[in-house]
Design a protein around this ligand. Structure first.
Ligand code: ZN
Length: 163
């Protein structure tokens, strides 16, 4: 269900909202082929009125399928945003859109989670990327630096020398 809240009832009393927004409801476009949403967005929020704005506290999280910009491996990662009295004004330029006493918070959550995404997803902080020749598969290009590396390679070479 879209996260549509009835404003007058929040003016009387703070409200708790838990649930999820499906990919269809979010209509999310990450504008990035390296990151695609792979789960609904989960939210756990508390909302209250203060200073004629809606105050949002809680968190939202969503899982994404990412492609590492260094090694091109795909991986899943959950990104989340925390709100602490995030103020959503009801008047002025950035005002929440209100229809018939109801406001849809779906666009707010969608934009905030999009802002939390990295522009260059990396599978691990120390991802070495693709080593060596681009024509070589990542599995094969990985072995030369191993502990048994140097010496054995040279002794192999010695053995191969024609006598
Ligand atoms: Zn990587």
């Amino acid at each position: 269900m879209p996260l549509v809240i009835h404003l007058p009832s929040l003016e009387l009393e703070a409200g708790e909202f838990q649930g999820q927004l499906s990919l269809e409801e979010l209509d999310m476009d990450t504008r990035d082929e390296l990151i695609l949403a792979s789960s609904p967005l989960h939210y756990d929020l508390r909302m209250e009125f203060s200073d004629s704005a809606l105050q949002l506290t809680g968190q939202a999280s969503q899982r994404f399928r990412c492609e590492c910009c260094r090694c091109l491996k795909t991986f899943d990662r959950t990104f989340s945003v925390r709100f602490r009295h995030r103020s959503l004004p009801l008047q002025g330029e950035d005002a929440l859109e209100v229809n018939n006493e109801h406001a849809d918070l779906t666009p707010v959550l969608r934009e905030d989670i999009l802002l939390s995404l990295p522009s260059h997803p990396v599978c691990e902080d120390n991802c070495p990327g693709i080593k060596g020749d681009w024509n070589e598969s990542p599995e094969r290009s990985d072995d030369t630096a191993g502990s048994s590396g140097g010496t054995s390679v040279w002794s192999e070479l010695d053995r191969w020398k024609p006598e």
